[in-house]
Design a protein around this ligand. Structure first.
Ligand code: UDP
Ligand code: MG
Length: 317
C-alpha cells in the first residue's frame, strides 16, 4: 500500500479559544508522521465551522492564508456536530485523500493516537474506531447518560461500540460507500459500525477540554441519542405492540376477576382512587407509546422532505 494522504476533519462550533492551538498541535503530529514516512507531505486539515457566532471563522481564514494545507468551510447556521463531521468527510472526499480522521476541536482525544490509526489503515482496515480508556474528564451527568445510552442502544439491537465518540479513521473506500447513503439523519457511530467494513479498535486517553465550554447540553445529547435509536433500531416500535398486548391480557384477567367477585361473592368494591391511578397509569403508557411512534414518524417526515443535510456558506480549498 502507498503512503496515504491523510485529511483530518474537525467540526468547530464557537471554538475561537481552541482552534489555533489545536491546528498547531496537529501540524506537529503531521511532521512526526511525515518524518516516519507514514503520511504524505500534502496531508491536510479540514475545519468545518458549524455556524459559529464567535471569531472561529476569522481564525480559520487566517490559518488558511498562512498555510494552504489548512482548509475549511462555513455553514450558514448551526446544523449540529454530526452534520459538521459528515460535511467535512464529504468535502475531503471531493478534495481527495486516502483516509480521513475526525477529531474534536478541543483536542480532548489524544492526537498521537492518529499514528496507531494509520498503522491499522496500512494493515488493510477501512474503519479504525477510537475507544476511550476512561471517562475521568466527564461530568457525572455525562458519565451516567453515556452508560445508559450505550446499554440501551445495544439492548435495542443497534450495534455500536461502547465508549466510541466520533474519533475514527475511515478509508477513501468507506467514504465512497458513505456517499451512497442518502439519509438526511445519518448517525455516524451506527453507520460505520453497521455497514460491515473491516474495522479495528484502538484505545486512546481522554484529556480535559483545553478551553471554552462543552457544546453538548441535555437537549442536543438526547436529540443525538434519539436519532441514533430511531435510525438503527425498530425494537421500540415492536415494544409498543408488546405493551398493547400485555395491557389487553391484564385487563381481561382483571375484568374476569371483578365479574366473578360480583357474581359469586357479591363483595365487589368500587374504589375511585384505584380507578384514577389505573387510568393515569395506562394513559401514561399509551402516551409514551404514541410518543415513540411519533419519533419514528418525525424521522420519516424529515427524511421525506429531502432537504439538504447542511448548507455551506463559504469554502476555503
Ligand atoms: N460541535 C459542533 N456543532 C455543535 C456542537 C459541537 O460542530 O453544534 C463540535 C465542537 O466544536 C467540538 C465537537 O463538536 O469540536 C465536540 O463538542 P464538545 O467538545 O463540546 O463535546 P464534548 O466533548 O463535551 O462531548
Ligand atoms: Mg469536547
Amino acid at each position: 500500500m502507498n503512503i496515504p494522504k491523510l485529511a483530518v476533519v474537525i467540526p468547530c462550533y464557537n471554538e475561537e479559544l481552541c482552534i489555533e492551538s489545536t491546528v498547531k498541535q496537529l501540524l506537529i503530529v503531521f511532521e512526526h508522521l511525515i518524518k516516519l514516512n507514514k503520511i504524505r507531505r500534502d496531508s491536510y486539515i479540514y475545519l468545518v465551522d458549524d455556524g459559529s457566532v464567535d471569531k472561529t471563522w476569522l481564525i480559520i481564514e487566517k490559518l488558511h492564508n498562512q498555510n494552504r494545507l489548512i482548509k475549511g468551510e462555513r455553514f450558514v447556521k448551526n446544523f449540529g456536530n454530526q452534520k459538521a463531521i459528515i460535511a467535512g468527510l464529504e468535502a475531503v472526499k471531493a478534495l481527495g485523500c486516502d483516509c480521513a480522521v475526525s477529531i474534536d476541536a478541543d483536542l480532548q482525544q489524544d492526537e498521537w493516537t492518529i499514528e496507531k490509526f494509520i498503522d491499522k489503515y496500512m494493515q488493510g482496515y477501512d474503519v479504525v474506531s477510537g475507544i476511550r480508556n476512561n471517562r475521568k474528564t466527564d461530568s457525572i451527568f455525562k458519565k451516567v447518560t453515556a452508560i445508559l445510552f450505550y446499554k440501551l442502544m445495544n439492548l435495542l439491537g443497534a450495534n455500536i461500540p461502547p465508549n466510541h465518540s466520533d474519533y475514527r479513521l475511515v478509508s477513501a473506500h468507506a467514504l465512497d460507500v458513505m456517499a451512497q447513503f442518502n439519509e438526511r439523519i445519518l448517525f455516524l457511530r451506527g453507520f460505520f459500525n453497521d455497514v460491515g467494513f473491516k474495522t479495528a479498535y484502538v484505545n486512546f486517553d481522554v484529556k480535559p477540554r483545553k478551553a471554552g465550554k462543552s457544546k453538548f447540553n441535555i437537549f442536543n445529547l438526547s436529540t443525538l441519542a434519539l436519532s441514533g435509536i430511531t435510525s438503527y433500531s425498530v425494537v421500540p416500535l415492536r415494544l409498543v405492540s408488546v405493551f398493547g398486548l400485555l395491557m389487553t391480557i391484564v385487563s381481561i384477567v382483571l375484568g374476569s376477576i371483578a365479574v366473578c367477585n360480583k357474581i359469586f361473592f357479591a363483595n365487589f368494591q368500587h374504589d375511585w382512587v384505584i380507578d384514577l391511578i389505573t387510568s393515569c397509569f395506562f394513559g401514561g403508557i399509551e402516551l409514551f407509546c404514541l410518543g415513540t411512534i411519533g419519533e419514528y414518524i418525525g424521522q420519516i417526515f424529515l427524511e421525506v422532505k429531502g432537504r439538504p443535510r447542511y448548507i455551506v456558506d463559504k469554502e476555503l480549498k
